[in-house]
Design a protein around this ligand. Sequence first.
Ligand SMILES: Nc1nc2c(ncn2[C@@H]2O[C@H](COP(=O)(O)OP(=O)(O)O)[C@@H](O)[C@H]2O)c(=O)[nH]1
Ligand SMILES: [Mg+2]
Length: 353
Amino acid sequence: MNIVLIGLSSSGKSTLFTSFTGNAGSAGSGKAQVGIVMVPDRRLDELSELYHPKKTTFTSVNFRDTLTLDIQAKHERIALFDSIRTADALAFVVGGFRCATAQEVCAEVKKLRFELIIEDLDFVTKRIERIERELKSSQNGAMKKKELELLARLQGILEKEGFVYGTDFNREEQALLAPCNLPTLKPSCYVVNVAEGSKPEETESLLGKVRSLLEGMGDHSPVLAVNALLESEIAEMTPLDMAAFLKEFGIEEQGRHKVIRTAYELMRLITFFTVGEDECRSWQIRQGDTALDAAAAIHSDLARGFIRAEVIEYDTLLKLGSLQEAKKAGKLRLEGKTYTVQDGEIVHIMFNV
Ligand SMILES: Nc1nc2c(ncn2[C@@H]2O[C@H](COP(=O)(O)OP(=O)(O)O)[C@@H](O)[C@H]2O)c(=O)[nH]1
Ligand SMILES: [Mg+2]
């Protein structure tokens, strides 16, 4: 999964990116920077303590730092939107720490949204013009007319300063939309970079104001707060110091975990595990994915030669101590290709190629 950080100049994107990934941000380089972050999971830690495998592998997400949204140079704007289009989810970084009032924060949120809306509106309008030209010269235009209707609908939404995300589309429309890669059709969250020393109740009140602004525009995206400077201090600490520090500052969760968890919920991702003496590992699939999808996530051979899956909840396995014991206790279930995998299950694929 690709999470792209976007925001105005000096909102704290690169500071957050560096604290999340340990890599230098895109400042000055003119190019988006990518960093990989493993997705922490206490359940995998526990499974690993049980198995003592040679290797423990956490599933990961990619973060991407971008140029600022308010840049003017045309080639930079093209590069910026190219990286936005690669996103599975967008994180709008809002520079709350340098705003005097909640109104200023809300104004920044509106400006960010506006930049994406005009980008999509420009794309949709140009595409409408092109299809209209093509329709004049082509006899067989049924499909084009459908696309035109769809684009007119999008244009209507965007002209009212709405995001396309959250609109219902049928399968055919989804197929037409997929190659357009519209930024306002991407799942997004708002990360307000609050000042160090902000009181929790002030932060909650600020987030509430941003939420109601967005709700008023029909946008139900999650809104969360981080402090980029604190995050960069935390990133340098040993786990023990970090725990003490988080407690002292009343921070419940490290910012990058918050953002990853939110993106997981937005993308409807769930985690399943594979275990063994060689490796214990977590994997990402979507809610509703089947045992066959889980097999494919591991390796295409496993999907091709799929026979059955042995499935057990991670806490049952921890209680019973091993897959053998689970089998004896009748807790290891045999499931077929169409079984819907649940979050937190251990899935052992039996296959034959
Ligand atoms: N006081 C304060 N300064 C910040 C915070 N986040 C970023 N900055 C500062 O703002 C400047 C720009 O930050 P940067 O992350 O490069 O912003 P970007 O343009 O969005 O990538 C840097 O000097 C940061 O140290 C914050 O939470 N608090
Ligand atoms: Mg930057």
